[in-house]
Design a protein around this ligand. Structure first.
Ligand code: FDA
Length: 397
C-alpha cells in the first residue's frame, strides 16, 4: 500500500459547517490548512438542512437559546461572530435569503449555495479539502499531531501543529455521524458529558395517536421547566412538530411533558360563559369549537366527558380547563439519533477555552461545532454555533 507524508500547520477533521468555517479563517491567517472528511462531499448535512434551503442562522440568536452544562461557555464565541456577521458573508456571496418565521433565515433557492460559499471561502484562503478520507489513527508527539489517514484506499500520514476536531456528533449515523470526536477527546484525557438525542420527535405506546396522525395545532409545550409556543404534530408513532422537537432537548427519559392545548385562551371562562348562554349544548360538541374536531372527539372519549354544559359545575369546568391547558403525558422515548437533528451534550466545556475552543490541557487541540457540549434550539441556532465556534478556533490558529 502506498504511504505518503505531508506537513500542515492545521489539520481540520470534518468538512461540515464548523470545520469549513474554521478552515477558511485559519487559511486566511496564512498557514497550510488541510480539511478531511470521510464523506464523498463536503457539507452533506448543510445540503439537506432546512428542507434543502438551510436555516443558516436566526435573527434573534442570543445566549439563552443554547443548552450546555456551563451556561456561559458559548457566550464568547457567539458574541464575537454573530448572526449578522454570517449574514454579511451570505450577502457578499450574492445568496438570496428570507425570514421564514421567528427570525429563522433560509436561502431562497438552495442549501447547496451555503456549501458552495464555504468551499469558495476555503479555496480563496488556500485551505485544502480532502474528501473520502478516513481517520485511522491520531498520535501527538513533539508538539505535533500525526494523523494516519486513508484517502480513497491509500494510507497517508499528515502531521500538523494544530488539530481541530469538527466531526460533529451522533445524530443521523446514515449521514456519516460517528461520535469519533468523543473518542479523540477521551484519547487526550478530556471529559465528555452524557449525550442524548435532541430536536427529535417523541414516541408513545403503539397506536396511541394513530387516529390523530397528521393533525397539527399551536400549543405551549413544557419539559424540564422550559416552554415553547409553537406547533405540535400528531404522528403514527407519537408527537412531533417544532414544539415537541424544542422540548425534546430538555426532556429526560421517564419524565412527563406538559402541553397547553389552548395557550391563547382561558377555556374555563369560555365554557362558563357558554353555559350561561347555551346551557343545553353538549359538552363534547362545545369542546370541538375550541379544538380541532378529531382531537376534541379523542379527548372526550378518553376523559369520558358526558352531558350538557348546564350539567357541569364550576369545579368540573375548572378541572376540564386545567386538563386542556396542562395535559400531562409521559413519552415512551424518542426516535433517537436516527432522526434527531442534534446531539445534546458532548465534549465537556470545562476542558476548553471559551475564547479559542482550544483544549486547556493539550496545546493545539481544538473542538468545535456539535461535538462540543453546546446545543442550540431549533431555528438556525445550531448552525450559528458551528459558524461562531469555527471562527473562534480559526482566528486563534
Ligand atoms: P457536521 O455534522 O455538519 O459535520 C461533521 C462532519 O464530520 C461531517 O461532514 C462528517 O461526514 C464528518 N465526519 C464525522 N465522522 C468522521 C470521521 N470518523 N472521519 C472523517 N469525517 C468524519 N441546524 C440549523 O441551524 N438549521 C437547520 O436548518 C438544520 N437542519 C438540520 C436538518 C437535519 C436533517 C439535521 C440532521 C440537522 C440539522 N441541523 C440544522 C443541525 C446542523 O446540521 C448541525 O448542528 C451542524 O451541521 C453541526 O455542524 P458540525 O460542523 O459540528 O457537524
Amino acid at each position: 500500500m502506498e504511504h505518503r507524508h505531508a506537513n500542515y500547520d492545521t489539520l481540520v477533521l470534518g468538512a461540515g459547517a464548523a470545520g469549513m468555517m474554521c478552515a477558511a479563517h485559519a487559511g486566511a491567517r496564512g498557514g497550510r490548512v488541510l480539511v478531511i472528511d470521510h464523506a464523498k462531499a463536503a457539507g452533506e448535512k448543510i445540503r439537506i438542512s432546512g428542507g434543502g434551503r438551510c436555516n443558516f442562522t436566526n435573527m434573534y440568536a442570543g445566549h439563552e437559546n443554547f443548552i450546555g452544562q456551563n451556561k456561559h461557555f458559548h457566550k464568547s464565541a457567539l458574541s464575537r461572530y454573530t448572526q449578522w456577521d454570517f449574514l454579511d458573508l451570505v450577502q457578499k456571496h450574492g445568496i438570496a435569503w428570507h425570514e421564514k418565521t421567528l427570525g429563522q433565515l433560509f436561502c431562497d433557492q438552495s442549501a447547496k449555495q451555503i456549501v458552495a460559499m464555504l468551499c469558495d471561502e476555503m479555496a480563496r484562503t488556500g485551505a485544502h479539502l480532502s474528501v473520502d478520507t478516513s481517520i485511522i489513527e491520531i498520535t501527538h508527539t513533539d508538539g505535533r499531531f500525526h494523523a494516519t489517514l486513508e484517502v480513497s484506499g491509500k494510507r497517508k500520514t499528515v502531521t500538523a501543529r494544530h488539530m481541530v476536531v469538527a466531526t460533529g456528533a451522533k445524530s443521523i449515523p446514515k449521514m456519516g455521524a460517528t461520535g469519533v470526536a468523543y473518542q479523540i477527546a477521551a484519547q487526550f484525557g478530556m471529559g465528555v458529558t452524557d449525550t442524548r438525542a435532541g430536536l427529535v420527535p417523541f414516541t408513545f405506546p403503539e397506536g396511541r395517536f394513530v387516529p390523530l396522525a397528521g393533525l397539527a395545532l399551536p400549543v405551549r409545550a413544557t419539559a424540564g421547566g422550559v416552554s415553547f409556543d409553537e406547533n405540535m404534530l400528531f404522528t403514527h408513532r407519537g408527537l412531533s412538530g417544532p414544539a415537541m422537537l424544542q422540548i425534546s432537548s430538555y426532556w429526560r427519559e421517564g419524565e412527563e411533558i406538559e402541553i397547553n392545548l389552548l395557550p391563547a385562551a382561558d377555556p374555563f371562562e369560555i365554557l362558563r360563559a357558554k353555559r350561561q348562554e347555551q346551557g343545553r349544548k353538549n359538552l363534547s360538541t362545545e369542546l370541538a369549537s375550541l379544538l380541532p374536531a378529531k382531537l376534541a372527539e379523542d379527548l372526550s372519549k378518553s376523559w369520558t366527558l358526558k352531558g350538557n354544559l348546564a350539567d357541569q359545575s364550576d369545579a368540573a369546568l375548572r378541572a376540564l380547563s386545567e386538563r386542556l391547558t396542562g395535559l400531562r403525558l409521559t413519552p415512551s422515548g424518542t426516535e433517537g439519533y436516527r432522526t434527531a437533528e442534534v446531539t445534546v451534550g458532548g465534549v465537556d466545556t470545562d476542558g476548553l477555552s471559551s475564547t479559542s475552543m482550544m483544549s486547556k490541557t493539550v496545546d493545539g487541540l481544538y473542538f468545535i461545532g456539535e461535538s462540543v457540549d453546546v446545543t442550540g434550539w431549533l431555528g438556525g441556532y445550531n448552525f450559528q454555533w458551528a459558524w461562531s465556534s469555527g471562527v473562534a478556533a480559526g482566528k486563534d490558529i
